[in-house]
Design a binder for this molecule. Sequence first.
Ligand SMILES: [Zn+2]
Length: 486
Amino acid sequence: MYDLLVKNATVITVDPAHSLYQPGFVAVKGDRIAAIGPMEALPEDAAAAKVIDAEGMCVMPGLVDAHGHAGHCLTKTLGETNDTQFEDAWWLNMAEDIYFHYTDEFFWYAEGALAAAERLKFGITTGVSMLGSTPRPDRLENLQAHFDGAIKTGLRQVSGFGSCDGPWPKKPWVWDGDSYVETTLTPEQMVENTERAVRELNGKHKRQICIVAPGSIGYNPKAETREFAIWKNKEMYRIAKEYGSPLHTHLYGGGVKFVYETTPELLNPHTSLTHSTGLSEEEIQIFADTGVVLFHGPATRANIKKRCPVYEVLRAGGEVAIVTDGTAPDRSYDIWRDMKIFHIIHRCHENDPLLAPPGKILEMCTIVPARALGMDKDIGSLEVGKKADMIIVNTKQPHLAPFGIMPIHRIVYHAQGNDVDTVIVDGEIMMEGRVMKNCDEKQILDDAGKAFDKMRSRLGDKFDAFCAYGDIYGLRGQTMPNPYKK
Ligand SMILES: [Zn+2]
């Protein structure tokens, strides 16, 4: 007797043999897959406490979105202007200002739930988040509040913090009602907090995974000395190694070489480097030689000025995952959109319509990031013994019908986040018929609204400077005041 049986579906497994069953079944006992195969292999007397007849639908592994930012769901569209690639990078200043000064535990809780609900409803069953933009590492309470919000939706949440951008010391504010106290955070305290977070918060819930996630492991000569950057990186690596945590961070061209020359031990198959635009030939080869994994956000702004040489890294023998970098200012957690952007931009660049084959794209959103996070024994594909993290896509819709021929092409080219009908995590049905089962979606939206209003009222007049009320139809985009310009 199984606990759950999904049958009569097109089953895309993403297993090493690329098995595809049309029609097939997946049987679950407890939180794991007990049997999987073509329908003719299902014994006639197979019974389950819950049976889902998914005839005409598609079953596949839950998607793994391996990079996003906690906080961003409540700062979407704000500061819709310059980014790091531009002159004064005030978007980053704004994000750090908001996250370090105008947030409290309720903000992180409400945003955590909102972000996780968005991800789950788009078929993401495992999501990675860095707490903030450049992470805010002063209080474990904020990180735990974020986990509490996320986990209740049913998402497997992988989050953490680590070193943030300088200058040091940081001066985060801690709110109590309508008043706040300015505190001081030194680099040594940041290291201590990162270690405590991994030690104390990891595994507090079966879907709560706390990792080491520094904002960057590069070297920024404007904010720090070279020796300081190396010290920080060594500390981040020490913690990751001691606690068996993956190391997750941003790193761009120039930074990869810096790390390779100063702390090469950081570059290994359980370190993920996000965005990595502007890589040199030498740095492309470093990906292949060390096994460090490139987490590519096709929709991220880092791509505007410099390319991410995805295919160069793949051809050299490196690994690439697709991530959303959700969700501010202009992205979403709909990773299905990123699959399409990925194949469009890289095909165009390489003038090759057959580049980015759909099966490879699917692996980049499932098994590849699962492996980089050290979780591929449990998630990333549908195989007997693995956790039952799977989704059912409603393919009985005009844009996907008739479904059956070349199903992986159709899923990758045509399906969207809102086509996900059912989400199962740890064998538990977390969404069915697009209704969330483990939590109250209305409450999540209400809480998010309250947290947003609180942030807005604390920001006062500054909030208006973050909003695009200017010339949003002009060719040059909106003209906006920059509150940080001296
Ligand atoms: Zn990012």
